[in-house]
Design a protein around this ligand. Structure first.
Ligand code: F6P
Length: 338
């Protein structure tokens, strides 16, 4: 059914009047700013907006409520997500997806805004193979492991959190002449490790996109020891092929038992905290663009930013098969850590 909105003197053709919004997968700083943007853009266009709690899991359970403008007051600066989030096992099943669709129909949801990462878009691809409902996605993940966007909501904040922590580690490492291995998040992608490692002047950065040659890592430590370099920081992504920080640590201590080696796993602190200004702006722009895309019929796409401009990529194409890192970047790391 087509609705006409004569709001603010413009004739706007609206194809829907009830939009659902959810956050799914691992939370990321800026998700709240994205929800705020979606809700306020919907309300501006006289569209009812419904929050779906806990992602696909809440969709299945019908945990859906009508949102007002005050629901999103005072959240732009907050980490986490007011809609909560989950990784739903039930949504991976045929029955789960059927129930999710039934609940959306029961609540008369005519369009969806999905905020999440890789798993959210994999779920979306499966869901929309079976069911027809207009949807637009937003990239909400600290991992930055999606195609179709230069940045994802939360990545900038997570890298800044890691940088702040590694800088602190460098102080104590220097005071004790210790070698530190710092593990950052990134199960399948090394963007947090790469960027925080470069920004902190790490001596080595180990990422899933590049096969780790542990002998090379050890010989760089040997060289630095002979040069009496007193701090050696290795940033390792949790998904590095050699294993995590503990595996790297045991390889180092068995070759250099005299070295004072410590491991620090940054973990979930990278997912929390107030979003950076860039994540707030990105989330606001993408939330607004997503609702406008839904209204103009540009659906089953993720809104992203490429070279500063909003662009849209079909769901299936945002899922990266293999994430790749610019070879020049890897070369630069070698040079700068000499
Ligand atoms: O959301 C992405 C991420 O933080 C990954 O970097 C990490 O591997 C994973 O989520 C951890 O997930 P969980 O919080 O479910 O343990």
């Amino acid at each position: 059914m087509v609705f006409y909105n004569f709001n603010r003197g413009n004739l706007i053709e609206l194809i829907m009047k009830k939009i659902g919004v959810m956050t799914s997968g691992g939370d990321s700083p800026g998700m709240n700013a994205a929800i705020r943007s979606v809700v306020r853009t919907c309300l501006y266009n006289n569209i009812n907006v419904y929050g779906i709690k806990r992602g696909y899991q809440g969709m299945i359970e019908g945990d859906i409520y009508k949102m007002q403008t005050t629901d999103v007051s005072n959240i732009i600066q907050r980490g986490g997500t007011i809609l909560k989030t989950a990784r739903s096992k039930a949504f991976m099943t045929e029955e789960g997806r059927q129930e999710a669709y039934r609940q959306l129909m029961k609540h008369d949801i005519e369009g969806l805004v999905l905020i999440g990462g890789d798993g959210t878009f994999r779920g979306a691809v499966k869901f929309f193979e079976q069911f027809t409902i207009p949807a637009v996605g937003l990239p909400g993940t600290i991992d930055k492991d999606l195609s179709g966007t230069d940045f994802t909501i939360g990545f900038d904040t997570a890298v800044n959190t890691a940088v702040e922590a590694i800088d602190k580690i460098r102080d104590t490492a220097e005071a004790h002449d210790r070698l530190f291995i710092v593990e950052v998040m990134g199960r399948d992608a090394g963007y947090i490790a790469l960027n925080s490692g470069i920004a902190c002047g790490a001596e080595d950065i180990l990422i899933p996109e590049q096969i780790t040659n542990i002998d090379e890592v050890l010989s760089r430590i040997d060289r630095d020891e002979r040069r009496k370099k007193n701090v050696h920081i290795i940033v390792v992504a949790e998904g590095d092929d050699f294993g995590g920080s503990k595996e790297v640590s045991s390889a180092i201590t068995s070759r250099f038992p005299e070295l004072d080696v410590r491991v620090c796993i940054l973990g979930h602190i990278q997912r929390g905290g107030a979003p950076s200004f860039s994540d707030r702006v990105l989330a606001s722009r993408l939330g607004h663009a997503a609702v406008n895309a839904l209204l103009s019929g540009n659906t089953q796409v993720m809104a992203g930013v490429v070279n500063g401009k909003i662009c849209f990529t079909p769901f299936a194409n945002v899922i990266k098969q293999n994430s790749t890192i610019d070879a020049d970047m890897l070369e630069m790391i070698r040079v700068l850590s000499e």
